[in-house]
Design a binder for this molecule. Structure first.
Ligand code: NAD
Length: 475
């Protein structure tokens, strides 16, 4: 019989009569059932979060910190079970799943050290003005399928540290590891502070529009982000949106071809390319284009595509059928337009599992769909450029503005170019590194607000300014 993973509502593990199936993308088999919640379950979860908010918001931050650290500890202690489950539902290879589980635990522990100190605005003979931070209330967290555990924890940890309570909705495609964590932390977190409920996409707008939710923190596509902004406008909910990206990597002529080839490959192909900050367009200076593109294509031959639970797999399947078909469509479009492939390009969807071969394109035009759109799959276009001004203009020619990278032997030159990129994050000589202490957020249509760091934590709070007129105390 297929195992059912219950939801966490008000400190209890809860099942529902309506369920949804969760599929392993490596073999398309149904691996578990989870509750398919609607308005009733959401109302129960929100009511529990509202009740819990009364005491949790007044609980000293030192005690809230300990709860975040305890959650982190539970995840680490159960990492072995969790990473295997994550591979089964998400598809990513075991070593990358392990990285996500420990990354989520580490990120939560690091964020737990952040503070919400009062700030003095004025301390004069006339008055004392102080800004304190008060939690916004009940948070609705909505999470995608590419890094389900990481994204869940990057919402839960700062929300509850700030004194908010949360109702979290995992993606319907990848709820299992998150629900297992729910079960494991049930007795570590006071009832109602963290609630985790599953449902189809249709549960999302119910969260966004719920009158007793005060803030939405969302990670997912730009299209859904726009709907969330619209839905949240009815009662002016606070929102944080982490959305899509079409990140450019720029390789300058002084880069070391041997050294960067492998790193560039993984900047694009980790998690089968399903990373918001993956390198999705790689611009290589014409002086080294032939050598570097050959080195990347050569390295690609050494990487195994397959089931993430099999030893040696480097690139797993696409997480779900819809995304699989979308990636194949982009590759087919490139074939139909006669673009050149260095490797891959097979669009035959026969066989079991959502596998796309590693696909690298050789200098397609800037307006090719595979360049202009976020591919979110193991597909990478390499493009040639001649001048710095030209490549900056091409990199910035996007509605997105999430991240980017410069690869060079001259870090000062890298910084000079980074300052011209219209993105929230720019790396020099690395990719994919996110710090728990630095704000992460998108420019343009890649997001609204930020996560991580003090700036991310403050998004779960309102400022409240209290001013005392010192020389006007009635006698
Ligand atoms: P998605 O927008 O389809 O779904 C994300 C979540 O939103 C899911 O839980 C889904 O059920 C829910 N949802 C769907 N419709 C909704 C609605 N109308 N209202 C409210 N919620 C709704 O995104 P996805 O396909 O799961 O994830 C892929 C996208 O996420 C990519 O574009 C990727 O770049 C982006 N992403 C961004 C970041 C970031 O930090 N910027 C990180 C990871 C992924």
């Amino acid at each position: 019989m297929t195992k059912t993973f219950p939801n966490l509502i008000d400190g209890e593990m809860v099942e529902t009569s309506a369920t949804m199936e969760v599929v392993n993308p490596a073999n398309e088999e149904v691996i578990a059932l989870v509750p398919s919640c609607g308005k009733d379950e959401l109302d129960r979860a929100v009511a529990a979060a509202r009740r819990a908010f009364k005491t949790w918001s007044k609980t000293p931050i030192e005690d809230r910190r300990k709860v975040v650290q305890a959650i982190s500890g539970v995840i680490k202690e159960n990492a072995d079970e969790l990473f295997r489950l994550l591979t089964t539902e998400q598809g990513k290879p075991h070593d990358q799943a392990k990285g996500e589980i420990f990354g989520a635990a580490g990120m939560a522990a690091a964020q737990s050290t952040l503070d919400l100190d009062d700030e003095i605005n004025e301390d004069s003979d006339a008055r004392l003005s102080r800004t304190r931070r008060v939690p916004v209330g009940v948070v609705g967290g909505i999470v995608p399928w590419n890094f389900p555990v990481m994204m869940a924890m990057q919402k839960v940890a700062p929300a509850i540290l700030s004194g908010c309570t949360i109702v979290l909705k995992p993606s319907p495609f990848t709820p299992l590891a998150t629900l297992r964590i729910a079960e494991l932390i049930k007795d570590v977190v006071p009832a109602g502070v963290v609630n985790i409920i599953t449902g189809e996409d249709s549960l999302g707008p119910l969260i966004t529009g719920h009158p007793d939710i005060d803030k939405i923190t969302f990670t997912g596509s730009t299209a859904t982000g726009k709907k969330i902004m619209e839905g949240a406008s009815a009662d002016l909910k606070r929102i944080t949106l982490e959305l899509g990206g079409n990140d450019a990597s720029i390789v300058l002529p002084d880069a070391n071809v041997e050294k960067v080839a492998e790193q560039l490959f993984w900047s694009s192909f980790s998690n089968a390319g399903q990373i918001c900050v993956a390198a999705k367009r790689i611009y290589i200076h014409e002086d080294i284009y032939d050598d570097l593109s050959a080195a990347i294509a050569e390295y690609a031959k050494t990487v195994k595509v397959g089931d993430g639970s099999e030893q040696g797999t480097g690139v797993g399947p696409i997480q779900n059928k819809k995304q699989y078909e979308r990636v194949l469509e982009l590759v087919q479009d490139a074939k139909d337009n006669g673009y050149k492939f260095l490797t891959g390009g097979d669009t035959d969807p026969s066989g079991t599992g959502y596998y796309v071969p590693i696909t690298i394109l050789d200098n397609p035009p800037e307006d090719a769909r595979i360049v202009a759109e976020e591919q979110f799959g193991p597909v990478m276009p390499l493009m040639k450029f001649a001048t710095e001004d030209e490549v900056i203009e091409r990199a910035n020619n996007s509605e997105y503005g999430l991240a980017g990278a410069i690869w060079t032997a001259n870090p000062d030159k890298g910084v000079e170019m980074a300052e011209q990129l219209e993105t929230g994050t720019v790396w020099i000589n690395e990719f994919l590194h996110l710090s728990p202490f630095a704000p992460f957020g998108g420019h343009k249509q890649s997001g609204f607000g930020a996560e991580y760091g003090k700036e991310g934590l403050l998004e779960f709070t309102y400022p409240q300014v209290i001013t005392v007129k010192k020389d006007n105390v009635p006698a």
